[in-house]
Design a protein around this ligand. Sequence first.
Ligand code: PEP
Ligand code: MG
Length: 554
Amino acid sequence: MITVSGKSVCSGIAFGPVFVFSREESTIKRRHIESSDDEIARFESARERAIEELGTLYNKAIAEVGEANAMIFQIHQMMLEDLDYIESIKNIITDQLINAETAVGQTCDNFVQMFRAMDDAYMRERSADVKDVSERLIKILSGRDKGAIVSDEPVIIVADDLAPSETVQFDKSKILAFVTEGGSTSSHTSILARMMNIPTVIGAKGVLDSGFGGKSAIADGYTGTLYIDPDEETIEKMTAKKREIEKQNELLQQLKGQKSVTRDGRHIELCANIGNAHDVGAVLKNDAEGIGLFRSEFLYLESKDYPSEDTQFAAYKEVLSKMVNKRVIIRTLDIGADKQVDYFRMPKEENPAMGIRAIRICLQRPDIFKTQLRALYRASVYGKLAIMFPMITSEWEILKILEIIEDVKKELEAEGIAYSKSIELGCMIETPAAAVTSDILARYLDFFSVGTNDLTQYTLAADRQNPDIGPFCDTRHTAVLRLINTVAQNAHNNGAWVGICGELAADTELTELFLAMGIDELSVTPSAVLPIRKKITETDVSKIKDEVLSKYLK
Ligand code: PEP
Ligand code: MG
């Protein structure tokens, strides 16, 4: 037996044969051509076909993984419309009188080098997209089809790395697991794999070393391990683990329809996080009690220009109506840092995570903020809306926000447009500054929601985008947990309620601690709702409170 270890990206256990995915390398034959016009026409028709193919892939991806995740194919389409890219290919054809395949290959190399040299991690990752798009063009030009799948029987796919277009093109019924040598947790491919709910291991160094193709294997997406030619003992152990997980999942289904109440009668509101209206299906399927975080910036990320008030109104109305009077917390625009939107034309920053992002953009450009607030207030009559503001650090920001909201309300009243008078207002606690002064902030607000992803990076000075940060980004660090406790106390002493919507909310090892702190709401990825409900219903807070508080807060 050979054991290869990597990093888990999506849990689950799969047994099956290994299929080594190797893309047919495009060895491009350089050819001299007579007429650049004919060659450019050939390139243009391949480009059109590639755009068409990407449109089909986009529609397929929307159905399988939702609009936000399908967006990558629109980005690829946009790359094929990029004037610099097109011009470079045409110039190479004309100047060197060589075939389109070679011109695309040369342009691709130049663009990849350019992207790789960029400071911005997001832009560096785009080099993989340029390669993917160029590869598609070359395959069309050289009359080779892009490899769909693979195998008649379900397989564990082993690859160096997978492009988003490859991942989504696979016939899902034939994929047992993905195991890749490369990859990063925040790559589009990892996100797609999670949305498809396929066990996935990345960073499995050595998985391509020797001829594993066709061998039987077990992929453990919980521990991030691939066992090749597993021995009897491992087969037995993993079979038992798989059976146990299936049993647990069945048992979890019985918790649907139940409230998340502890043994000693404390109810905690258990909600889900979403990125767009499409995700509401998973929220309802997993019986979440509300939406604790709607990342509204996805509306902006999915759009080629500022989404209009009416577009936003329609999206908010849809989510509120589908949730039928369950609370929906919509977070106002949180772009900047890793979430860049071209049409905002933000100046380049040395430290974008600490720069003009989220509420700072909204306060500097109140026109954009007002459009969103108008859409939110108009939609408020269709359900139980709460609004929260991201990246708050100071009291004056809240005062300014409240002033802008008053203006918006006056405008709507003057126009005779109805809005709910009971919208709760809250803010994210994502900075140590907000946590430490939460007693002051609570005077103006109904609730807080702790964004542990950012709160952790700012408290520990550990970049959440850096894959090599390892133990320096300890999500259970005492400093972070103490800050959450401070926020809970300050909220309750000042008449506000408090939730957690960062990834830490789904850490079941900490559920007891959050209950002991008196956290009122947890908002997690939809598939984590039932496991946490189980933990809540098994806990007697009065019995564990003192022990867990001293264990974690020290
Ligand atoms: C957070 O920071 O914890 C959070 C929920 O916001 P995001 O992950 O979108 O930055
Ligand atoms: Mg955040």
